[in-house]
Design a protein around this ligand. Structure first.
Ligand code: NAD
Length: 498
């Protein structure tokens, strides 16, 4: 059995002694075991990070950027291998796995510009003979706790920014697909990073708690489900850390009567079913405005959904592959049962789907539910599977209210040819990321990623200048160089600039 070890300085052994099975979701077989770490293992990683971080922070930003440039080249050279490894543990198809790597790589590209974005602010002559300047300094040691669904992109969102800014970083990836994060850390070392700058510790709640309680970890970035995000946020903040914690999602796609429905169906098919719906920016809810729009949309959606090809993750013709674990497959099917019990109409039923030759794989067929209403639990909660729900709205105002009042507020999209409606929607909707005729509005790396409401706890987004802000603290220096003649200053009265 292949073993996935921690990637730490020194002995990678130790830990809790417990192991977690890593599936191949396409075959239903266990393909590896990952060691689960504990507080003692984390302590060793933190000690190594403490040794290396001050020197890294003192390394000039241009040299730090050179490591990022080399890392970028190594990722590009290893793209195919990384994508295949990712696909075999996660279940997403290989081309989609390449996208996972690529979207993380784009944050590394942004981090290559760290000398430019780290330049501080300077005011000459803020008062008589007084200059003021401010700089951003690293927090010290940062940690990232990441979900299974983007095992390359999300770690790179975090460590790319944190390390370029001068921090050491400890990554605790999902125990369900742990191999790619380890491979990224190996490549980072190969790119010239000092040993100990990026370490990977595996684990579950025991390791997460150890991270949240460790006095030498200054900042924690989390991405995962909302209840755990909230828990991580509370416990980390209580321990005096800076924490950003991104949670779950239930993104809506509003379809106005004037939308180009062929385009919408094409966009929805990919956004709802791509990666088997296991994306926090998937579009699992479609809201046609008006009965006529709903009927026309449904008529076009059904054949498109029935035509989707579900396959093993390395089938180049498959639209999507299996879901991540047998438990997750069972949960998704239970949600479809619940929706049916609640009164939703099961238009296309993906339950009981079996792929010939791969009967043990964790496949769920594409599912379309109509006449879903806001009161249904299956609408309120995240399903995270290949299930698209139609919620019919009477008018624009009702369509705007649905995502705005939902507990999650990650992403939303509107499909229309009417610029005024789109502009009004973008301005008023209570959601963090908006697409206008764009089904998956994940912002580019030089903007930033973050949802609202229960989709994110904390107040800074991932990557871009927001990421830089999260991983650094501001120091402001007010200086004067008196000439020795006395300038009559008097600190008995709070100093003002005259
Ligand atoms: P998860 O919450 O189960 O796991 C996330 C991380 O938390 C993992 O590293 C896991 O080991 C750890 N963890 C699990 N149980 C824990 C516990 N009881 N205490 C402490 N830590 C624990 O999430 P997942 O299933 O891996 O990922 C899917 C979820 O992530 C979905 O809800 C999805 O919407 C969300 N997600 C959100 C974003 C975003 O940016 N908002 C992005 C991707 C995924």
């Amino acid at each position: 059995m292949r073993q996935v070890d921690h990637f730490v300085v020194g002995d990678a052994g130790g830990g809790s002694g417990r192991k977690h099975q890593v599936w191949n979701p396409s075959t239903g077989e266990v393909q590896a075991e990952v060691a689960l770490g504990d507080a003692a293992l984390l302590d060793r990683a933190v000690a190594a990070a403490r040794d290396v971080q001050p020197g890294w922070a003192m390394t000039n930003p241009q040299k730090r950027a050179r490591v990022m440039f080399r890392f970028k080249e190594l990722i590009e050279a290893n793209m195919q291998d990384l994508a295949e490894m990712l696909s075999s543990e996660h279940g997403k198809v290989v081309d989609d796995a390449k996208g996972d790597v690529q979207r993380g790589l784009e944050v590394i590209e942004y981090a290559c510009g760290i000398p430019q974005v780290l330049k501080g602010e300077y005011t000459i002559g803020a008062g008589p003979g007084i200059d003021v300047y401010s700089m951003r300094q690293p927090l010290g040691i940062g940690a990232g706790i990441t979900p299974f669904n983007f095992p390359a992109m999300i770690p790179m969102w975090m460590f790319g920014m944190a390390i370029a800014a001068g921090n050491a970083f400890i990554l605790k990836p999902s125990e369900r697909d742990p191999s790619v994060p380890v491979r990224l850390a190996e490549l980072f070392l190969e790119a010239g990073a000092p040993e100990g700058l990026l370490q990977v510790v595996h684990g579950d709640k025991e390791m997460v708690d150890a991270i949240l309680d460790h006095p030498d970890i200054a900042g924690v970035s989390f991405v995962g489900s909302s209840d755990i995000a909230h828990y991580v946020y509370r416990r980390g903040v209580e321990n005096g850390k800076r924490v950003q914690a991104m949670g779950g999602a239930k993104n809506h796609g509003i379809v106005m009567p004037d939308a180009d429905l062929d385009q919408v169906v094409n966009d929805l098919a990919g956004a709802a079913f791509g990666s088997a719906g296991e994306r926090c920016m998937a579009l699992p809810v479609v809201v046609p405005v008006g009965e006529d729009t709903a009927d026309r949309l449904r008529e076009k959606l059904v054949p498109a959904i029935e035509g989707l090809r579900v396959g093993v993750s390395n089938d180049p013709d498959a639209h999507y592959g299996p879901v991540v674990t047998p438990e997750h497959k069972a949960r998704i099917e239970q949600w479809i049962d619940t929706a049916e019990r609640e009164g939703a109409e099961v238009v296309v039923d993906g339950r009981g789907f079996s792929l010939q030759g791969h009967e043990n794989g964790f496949f769920v067929g594409p599912t379309l539910l109509d006449r879903v209403t806001p009161k249904m639990e299956s609408y309120q909660e995240e399903i995270f599977g290949p299930v698209l729900q139609i919620v019919r709205a009477h008018d624009f105002e009702e369509a705007l209210r649905l995502p705005s009042e939902h507990q999650y507020g990650n992403g939303v999209a509107i499909f229309t040819r009417n610029g005024h409606a789109a502009r009004e929607f973008a301005a008023r909707v209570n959601v963090g990321m908006v697409g206008i005729n764009v089904p998956i509005p994940v912002p580019v790396s030089y903007h930033s990623f973050g949802g609202w409401k229960r989709s994110a706890f904390g107040d800074t987004n991932q990557y871009g200048t927001e990421g830089l802000k999260f991983w650094t603290k501001v120091k402001t220096v007010t200086q004067r160089w008196p000439d020795g003649g006395g300038d009559g200053s008097n600190a008995f009265v709070i100093p003002t600039m005259g």
